[in-house]
Design a binder for this molecule. Structure first.
Ligand SMILES: Nc1ncnc2c1ncn2[C@@H]1O[C@H](COP(=O)(O)OP(=O)(O)OP(=O)(O)O)[C@@H](O)[C@H]1O
Length: 264
């Protein structure tokens, strides 16, 4: 008998997939309660929800900055709940924070170079050959840092102290630090918060460009214009639980989502 069924298509696993995540900080209700999220390879995925919905806690769980009480996270097909954040960063998942973590007393350029050193880890170089190799690596890292500074529009400030940057420029620098790892996935926590509209457009353009180059993003953002213009798919959390997921247009017209925002 001839099997006429169509050959099965290979199923592409999401780059990041989490399910059943629970985190209780000791209160009466969980900050994150059986949450689920999927971030397809090559997507710009949004994570939204009212204040206190559990978005940042979910980011902390996804990047293993804090331990979950229950649930699991798969990154690139690997369970990562037992791995340290710096190992996860080396696997290609990096994150930024709501308040940008830049080193104010270092120059803008050194902030990027230090980010690169953190990712490669300490090495001991003994022989002449190895010293030559490290010199070449340092040169390549400097070039990469220059290229990133060009792409985030901070090249003209590379020798300034990072402490002299505006809030929006710090956000860009923090994204630049994340890019030094050549990540597969960047978790961005409120890239548009406290940033003027011109710079917001600039950040969105950059994110779209990096996405076209193959980078995947998961973005927490309160600015719905940013979510609408950037995201392929959006997940909504409320009171730690999944409320909805869909296209930005579906989410914006979902009455349950509107109610959750109005009810805060
Ligand atoms: N370290 C902590 N200890 C105790 N409670 C915490 C801790 N971190 C978060 N929470 C609580 O967990 C809940 C979710 O907080 P979380 O910061 O994840 O929300 P969010 O959606 O990111 O909020 P926002 O949009 O306002 O930044 C809140 O009730 C918060 O008070």
């Amino acid at each position: 008998m001839v099997n006429e069924s169509t050959p099965s298509q290979p199923i592409e696993l999401p780059l990041l997939a989490a399910s059943g995540l629970v985190k209780n900080f000791g209160g009466t209700c969980c900050a994150v309660d059986r949450a689920r999220i999927e971030v397809p390879q090559g997507s710009i995925t949004g994570l939204v929800g009212p204040n206190g919905a559990g978005k940042t806690t979910l980011f902390n769980l996804l990047s293993n900055a804090i331990r979950s009480d229950q649930g699991r996270v798969l990154f690139d097909g690997e369970p990562i709940h037992h791995l340290q954040p710096h190992i996860i960063a080396r696997m290609g998942m990096v994150r930024t924070f709501q308040v940008a973590r830049v080193l104010s007393r270092l120059s803008v350029l050194d902030n990027l170079l230090l980010a690169a050193q953190k990712q490669t880890g300490e090495k001991f170089w003994n022989t002449w050959f190895q010293q030559k190799q490290i010199a070449q690596e340092e040169k390549a890292q400097r070039q990469k840092a220059f290229d990133i500074l060009e792409s985030i529009g901070l090249a003209h400030m590379m020798n300034e102290y990072a402490g002299a940057l505006s809030g929006g420029q710090r956000k860009l620098l923090e994204i630049g630090r994340a890019l030094m790892a050549d990540p597969k996935l960047i978790l961005l926590d409120e890239p548009a918060a406290g940033v003027n509209p011109t710079l917001i457009n600039q950040i969105c353009d950059r994110i779209q460009g990096w996405n076209r180059d193959g980078m995947t993003f998961l973005i927490i953002e309160h600015n719905m214009d940013v979510i609408m213009s950037l995201c392929d798919r959006v997940w909504v959390l409320a009171e730690g639980r999944n409320l909805a997921d869909g296209t930005p247009a579906e989410i914006q017209s979902n009455p349950e989502v509107l109610e959750a925002y109005l009810g805060q």
